[in-house]
Design a protein around this ligand. Sequence first.
Ligand code: 5GP
Ligand code: ZN
Length: 112
Amino acid sequence: MDCIFCKIVSGEIPSKKVYEDEKILAFYDLNPQAKVHVLVIPKKHISCVDEIDSSNSETVAYIFEKIPVIAKSLGLSNGYRVITNCGDDACQSVKHLHFHVLGGEKLSERMA
Ligand code: 5GP
Ligand code: ZN
């Protein structure tokens, strides 16, 4: 499968990792939209939120257990935003489920 994030998981494409275990990976976004901008992904390919079901929701729950740990390690003590885009209307550009963790500064009140 020609998926950039699967290639980041395999190491074929390099990334600046901030957290990794057997199930998930977190790395800095190539084109940061905040002072701190990290992406958290499942290692196993899921295309987007629309594909979450009982067979893979455990990994998604696990990601949300780890996001606070990752945020803490990044020094995001004053809050952060978690965003996921799903599909064309949301302008999802990489079709591998990922959660943007944004912070390190006061973010816009707008979300869309
Ligand atoms: P989306 O628009 O799908 O929600 O977000 C995709 C994100 O992946 C974008 O913020 C983009 O900057 C980031 N991205 C795309 N390709 C790469 C890459 O090769 N490495 C890293 N670190 N980030 C990438
Ligand atoms: Zn993938």
